[in-house]
Design a protein around this ligand. Structure first.
Ligand SMILES: [Zn+2]
Length: 303
């Protein structure tokens, strides 16, 4: 069986033809255009014309998704008009194929859980440390979606009441402390600069900490300690057997992994495997394909 996996981001749409073993047979990236739906349908129908063997379409997207109905329930002005789009109904009608839709962080978690770092574990929490802090929870191959598609919005758990105001409008969300954007803000607040007097990147910050830069060390320490608190709180709720950490900030995890483990150890209630993600940017597309790849999974989810 071959399926089409589609990952919709704010700037790029990634589309891959994926085989039943999870192998990516063809991989295409196009810029995101708005209004998104007609553009997306056109691109997908083009691919289906070239690949009549494709039997189903999985879509992972920014924003919140009602996975049962395949409707986008929340999206910011980054993709105007996307919120409210009945993607599943429209695309099934246009393509004649089965279509499943879910949130991109959930799709990435599904990919790590079934094919990646957490393969073989039954309950996986995946954290994506990128621009924001995303999360997804997968149990026995099934994504936990929640009532409004908002389960595992880890970045919006409140870490510091009254703290920095989040994009969701509430103060103190963990995304404001544990994400690439948060690190960049803190780097600016602390004026951590390189030899050319330019503010450093998060990855450079971690390097400076290793080299003994005391302010960089304090910021890194706080970052890993905050991340440990997030993981510990989620363990108390989910009792997962594996946590996978991915996203751009995890590219430099070698520099801070030991600090994270040291911070986490005294906070754990039960043993927990903590792993680095296997996949990079392709996780969302692969996970989207997995939404429609496993019939067995579909049967289980409908029980
Ligand atoms: Zn928030």
């Amino acid at each position: 069986m071959k399926v089409l996996g589609v990952d919709i981001g704010g700037t790029k749409v990634r589309m891959g033809i994926v085989g039943s073993d999870g192998q990516v047979l063809e991989d295409l990236i196009v810029p995101t255009e708005v209004p998104l739906y007609p553009y997306l349908e056109m691109k997908i129908l083009q691919i289906l014309k070239d690949h009549p063997e494709v039997q189903a379409i999985g879509i992972g997207t920014r924003g919140m998704v009602d996975a049962e109905k395949g409707v986008i329930t929340f999206e910011t002005e980054t993709l105007p008009g996307w919120q409210g789009t009945e993607v599943k109904t429209l695309l099934e009608k246009a393509s004649g194929l089965r279509v499943e839709v879910n949130n991109d962080a959930n799709c990435a978690s599904l990919a790590e859980s079934m094919l990646g770092a957490a393969k073989g574990f039954r309950r996986t929490l995946c954290l994506t440390l990128g621009t924001g802090l995303g999360g997804g929870f997968v149990e026995d191959g099934i994504i936990m979606n929640g009532t409004h598609g908002g389960a595992c919005e880890v970045g919006h758990t409140i870490l510091y009441p009254g703290g920095h105001v989040c994009s969701c409008g509430r103060p103190g969300c963990s995304e404001q402390y544990v994400s690439g954007t948060a690190l960049r803000r803190i780097i600016a607040e602390q004026s951590i600069v390189d030899e050319n007097n330019q503010l450093v990147s998060p990855n450079h910050l971690f390097q400076l900490a290793l080299e003994g830069h005391t302010v960089a060390q304090a910021v890194t320490q706080k970052f890993t300690s905050d991340l440990a608190i997030v993981i510990s709180s989620l363990q108390a709720v989910l009792d997962m057997d594996c946590v996978v950490i991915g996203g751009g900030v995890s590219d430099s995890a070698d520099s801070w992994w030991d600090l994270l483990m040291n911070a986490l150890e005294p906070l754990l209630l039960k043993p927990l495997e903590v792993k680095r993600a296997k996949f990079g940017n392709e996780a969302g597309m692969l996970g989207a394909a997995l939404l429609v790849l496993s019939d067995e999974k579909e049967i289980v989810s409908k029980k």
